[in-house]
Ligand binder design. Structure first.
Ligand code: NAD
Length: 381
């Protein structure tokens, strides 16, 4: 079968779902690989690199979609791309099945099989295909780098002949995958790093990375956060008040605040309020990784950088993985390649779409002309 990757069409998207290295691995699984001309250019992979890895270069998106049995992408396909889907073709991509009614209908109508990368179950066996985590890891890292780039001082403290420099103080709100990556980056740059999460079970991880966990005097509800399969649930008003009071106390001291707090299938909770922004020192930086879902900070403007009247920079970019396109493409293409490995048990270049397999079933949102979303809960943890 032929596995192909078109150039991403979403404006500004620099990632690509195939690298020369992943192409070599896919060929070992028995697939012929193809890529649209220039698809890897923004991620640092030239047509020549692909050709040298044995990949066929196809000139137009229409020809690529037509020629391939399997098409892999990064971003949710647009309407034009959905029209290119063929009966029996397999599409592997982020797909946003819960918020993409038109795409789901089109997948059903066209009789294609769609694997949505954000639906890969978060169980140990599927970690190698967990593109949400690989992209969140990059976002967390890049958030700190972006903050540093907009911050006028060092992260680490220094005693120099020209004077003593205090270390920067960084607060990370939300210690999921992105938050933990931000914490690791911040501590490795030498900042004094604090972190808070509604799930107290992450405190140990936070502390093992050299950061300080911010505890609230509110044990009962903190336990509740852990009651939903590792994800956060909505906090009670009392808990939220205790959390905001703690943040108010910390705001004047913090130089950099990275917010990553999300609750599945909801708008992001507002945690960094206007008065906290107003209490921060001029030159401080907020990076709001929840900007896509409305932001943890009210003043965040999605996809923009603003500076408040009191000189606080607020960054609401939602394309951090694309800003590190080489790294992001390498990890994403590896996630896709692992998915292909599971779909190719005989390593003979033939897909076996095993709907009894928890991971494949969980990620499949359309199959043989039927919508198969939402999936049943996974059997294995
Ligand atoms: P996420 O991006 O959905 O949320 C980010 C973090 O924000 C979470 O840690 C959440 O607890 C926190 N949060 C929510 N509301 C908050 C609030 N009001 N204040 C402070 N923090 C708040 O999370 P994620 O990075 O996708 O990870 C979520 C869970 O999934 C974690 O338990 C993680 O360990 C688990 N996970 C498991 C696997 C696996 O393969 N086993 C892979 C990835 C993630």
């Amino acid at each position: 079968m032929k596995f192909g990757v078109p150039k991403e069409v979403f404006e500004g998207e620099a990632r690509v779902a195939l690298t020369p290295e992943s192409a070599k691995q896919l060929q070992k699984l028995g697939y012929d690989c193809a890529i649209e001309t220039g698809a890897g250019a923004l991620a640092g992979f030239s047509d020549k690199d692909y050709e040298e890895a044995g990949v066929e270069i196809i000139k137009t998106p229409a020809a690529l979609w037509k020629a391939c049995d399997i098409v892999a992408k990064v971003r949710q396909p647009n309407a034009t791309e959905m029209k290119r889907l063929k009966k029996g073709q397999t599409l592997i991509s982020f797909f946003n099945p819960a918020g993409n009614e038109a795409g789901m209908k089109a997948a059903k109508a066209r009789g294609a099989n769609v694997i949505a990368m954000e639906m890969v179950p978060r169980i140990s066996r599927a970690q190698k295909m967990d593109a949400l985590s690989s992209m969140a890891n990059i976002a967390g890292y890049r958030a700190v780098i972006e903050a540093g780039n907009n911050f006028g001082r060092f992260f680490t403290g220094q005693i120099t002949a020209a004077g003593k420099v205090p270390p920067a103080k960084v607060l990370v709100v939300g210690a999921g995958v992105a938050g933990l990556a931000a914490i690791g980056t911040s501590t490795s740059l030498g900042a004094v790093t604090y972190a808070f999460d509604v799930r107290p079970e992450v405190a140990e991880q936070v502390e093992s990375m050299g950061a300080q966990f911010v505890y609230l005097d509110f044990e009962e509800e903190q336990q509740d956060g852990a009651a939903t399969g590792g994800y956060a649930s909505v906090s009670s008003p009392e808990f939220r008040e205790a959390q905001l009071a703690k943040f108010r106390e910390l705001a004047p001291e913090m130089d950099i605040v990275i917010t990553t707090a999300l609750i599945p299938n909801r708008e992001a909770p507002e945690l960094w309020t206007e008065d906290m922004v107003a209490a921060m020192k001029p030159g401080s930086v907020i990076v709001d990784l929840a900007a896509e879902k409305g932001g943890n900070c009210k003043q965040t403007v999605k996809d923009e950088k603003i500076v408040t009247e009191n000189g606080v920079t607020i960054i609401g970019y939602t394309d951090f993985p694309s800003r590190m396109a080489t790294q992001a493409s390498t990890l994403y293409a590896t996630n896709i390649r692992h998915m292909m490995t599971d779909l190719t048990p005989e390593k003979d270049g033939q897909i076996v779409h095993d709907m009894e397999d928890d991971v494949i079933r969980g990620a499949t949102v359309a199959y043989e002309g039927e919508i198969t979303f939402p999936p049943p809960p996974p059997k294995v943890a």
